[in-house]
Design a protein around this ligand. Sequence first.
Ligand SMILES: *Cc1c(COP(=O)(O)O)cnc(C)c1O
Length: 405
Amino acid sequence: MTLPPNVYDAEPIPASAREEIDHLLQTGDLFRYTAPENAPVALLEEEFAAMMGAKYALAVSSCSAALFLSLKALGLPRDARVLIPGFTFAAVPSSVVHADCVPVLCEVGENYRIDVADFERRLDDDIAAVIISHMRGHTSDMDAIMALCDARAIPVIEDAAHSLGTTWNGRKIGTIGRVGCFSFQSYKLVNAGEGGILVTDDADLVAQAVIMSGAYEHNWQKHKSPIGDNTGALESAFNRWQNKLPLYNLRLNNMSAALARPQLAEVPRRVRDGRRNHDYVAALLNQSPWLNVPDKLSLEERAPDSIQFNLVGLDNAQIQAFQAAANQRGVKVQVFGQSTDNARAFWNWQFIKDLPELPQTRKMLMKACDVRLPARLKRAELDIIAGALTGAADYVMGDQRAYGT
Ligand SMILES: *Cc1c(COP(=O)(O)O)cnc(C)c1O
């Protein structure tokens, strides 16, 4: 008999990581700037930039650190207003506050994506930069967003923490805005425990981010221009910013890079299997009158490792009964707005001054469910998860079909 799977366990780290890790254990060479060249962190940056088709990559201690450094490298003045979606992880408004800027929230639709009309309204309200957070890997309409921001020369940072492997109209998410930020935290597609990386084609931006990440003195010399780039753009940017920027020390260490590097080759499989698992479960959930998995946008190819769906026609008491019934069937469901102190519910971001109300986003959060669906799951396990969810909905909503099978 197949039991409900543990959806929190990560995949094993590829065995090919062993040799490098043994070497690091023997030498103790964990600091990225000790070796003259080819430190695991530097190799990770080179490989990640090549995989994304970006000129530059900077590996740091987390995606939050990457977002913070991106904002700092844009040179935003104190109290600059940064537009972010009202549905994201608390790390996003936190990075804005950390950079001495002011988060401005916009509404998000029932399909978890930015409400472009509301986004446009708020964009004209003295906004200096935008962070597009592709929450749970759901891509907002990047054509509309880029057109609106480009027309006003507002820089776009992509929070692609959960979007590695996702494309929009054939372009890789994280490479559409001025800078894209990714996470290597354990619940993301590449697991280094903790870690993050930013990619950009902007030499001036990356030079500042490199220095502020903790490339003190001339350690920036260990960050190379892309092969074939003879413009000297990166070196002149480093020379321009030498000694002009504070050092925040948000570096990645070699051990984390050694864990992440062999997983890059696994990304296409994890994306393929994650998408297959998601679409299989989505089709089963959509057969229930009480559950709805919103469609992806047509230009989007997703790379999901979890599934989100809305409860249809359930009141708050029924939603909580649904959660309890699913839990009893071995499947934990997070309803973003229903749990106490949820970090993805904007009303809990009380560190923001004059926190606004977002009625549409709140309504979505109160009935939006979240279930992890890692790529490693097998068909029988997916059937158990889908059966538990539809069965729980039938049980709560008094549908007799649940008892007939
Ligand atoms: C995980 C996540 C983050 C934060 O990433 P860390 O590496 O843990 O700092 C930010 N945004 C989104 C959408 C995430 O999923």
